[in-house]
Design a protein around this ligand. Sequence first.
Ligand code: B12
Ligand code: SF4
Length: 488
Amino acid sequence: MRIILASPESKVWSSRKHIPLGLGYLAAVLREAGHEVMIYDASIEDVPVTYYLQQAQEAGRPYRLIGITATTPLIQDAWEMAATAKQYGLTTILGGPHLTIMPAESLGPEHPYVDYTFKGEAEHGIVEFVAALEAGKKPELQDIPGLNFRHKDEVIVSPVSPMIEDLDSLPFPAHDLFKIDRYTNLQPLTDGLDPHARAFTILTSRGCPYKCTFCSKPVTGDTWRGRSVDNVIAEWRWLVKELQATEIGVTDDIWNLKLPRAKELCRRLIAEGLNTVPWITVHGMKVNHTDAELFQLMKAAGARRVGFGVENGDPWMLKHIIRKGQALDMVRNAFRWAKAAELQTMGFFIFGMPRDTEETMEATIRLALELDPDLANFMLAAPFPGTKMWDMIQEEGNVFAHDWGDLAIHDAKARFTINDGVYDPDLVVRKWREAYRRFYLYRPRRVWEKVSKKSFWLDLPGTLANARRFFLGTEDQTADVHEAAQPA
Ligand code: B12
Ligand code: SF4
């Protein structure tokens, strides 16, 4: 069957473009099952999806199915894409994080163009689903875990698709199907400036046993499942030797949960000569499960940058509200060891968690200044459904968001309040802006480091737009610069 797997335009994530790896996994299993698959990622395409649908129809080889992925802030775009595809007669199925949390919403009467949704990891389910369609059977009658559909006036939500235990049993993602030259480079310190970057990402494990209150991990879940080092190395070798990767991003929830495995991976990258291509941990890594040797090995294995989820500078907030399972001395140690190994460092900090006050946010700014990472990413707390933080706000406050798009992490606005007589959303935004100013502007050494870099002048329009947004405040909510999503 001819299938399009699509990622909608990321209006909430404008400058940095990374491959939608989940679709790569689905493309790989479908290809293995004999289907013809195209990956359409609206964020890097010059033409709308209708161009390919039209072209295929005119050639007499129409696409039969479109599978669309969506995170929560992108669900509106996913609906629009499904509606468009429906006009071309395609069967439509939506999957990904938002559909795992809210499988029934997209099957409501306002979305008649969505035929199916899928909850959870879909490598097994999608193959069964397509086999049923191809055989002219109704997939809804096949008892496919994870598959949700309409039946008469009812929406039937099935149990979540079971997590894949043996990740080594999966084929490697279909990296070769991505138009890789169109994606931006992964290194924020040279933000997207290498027009020739071939920046791939890799998942060495799925899941994370920690339960940070702000973190949404609906698909990969709380159970950590690691691929064998051999299996990871084989994919890494493919990326480096055959697909000419120029940089690689590890996008695990927590790649270093098992410290000996993390070290072994580094040793093997060195032994196999795969350490010539720089790599980073895209969403950071956990400060727990590290030691000085790990960072030395990472450096020798080609790692360029590590990022850490620091979140807050106040120990009470860390322990009782964020529940990150890490203490400040662990944070300090990890930064110290990473710097000693001459790795670039990045820190992720969150402003405006419930109970954050002027003092706790001040402690966060001071900690950022003390740790002094090469890049500090200050984010405003975004309550995603399914998180503990979402539940706290439902109980004690109000979410301001009008629609799911309002939850985009980089929007320059507070998204909720807590009715405890202390929490002040305006103060949160003020402190967040202050953090950027104090970290990037008010320190002459840092300003000099920035302006003395070629990249600063090459990307001057982008830099000025971001400066306006972070330092002055602006209506423009589409900006970008830094890394996204949840740090480990
Ligand atoms: C890498 C990553 C990124 C990268 C690349 C994103 C991309 N283009 O794919 C970057 C940095 C660009 C990024 C950006 C954002 N991200 Co992000 N990201 C991740 C991360 C760490 C890994 C994604 C991944 O590869 N997962 C592994 C694969 C195997 O899983 P998967 O993609 O979910 O796909 C599986 C299933 O969902 C399902 N599936 C997926 N699509 C489809 C489609 C169909 C038809 C079917 C049947 C099944 C199906 O099958 C797949 C295989 O099992 C996740 C955390 C996580 N653990 O998932 C966060 C995560 C997905 N991101 C998140 C968010 C919020 C964002 C942003 C919206 C941030 C923002 N600006 O506000 C943007 C939006 C970008 C976008 N296009 O959606 C949240 C989503 C939460 C939610 N409720 O939706 C997550 C869960 C992080 C978190 N803990 O909060 N992200
Ligand atoms: S933020 Fe990181 S450590 Fe915390 S639960 Fe999410 S993935 Fe795990």
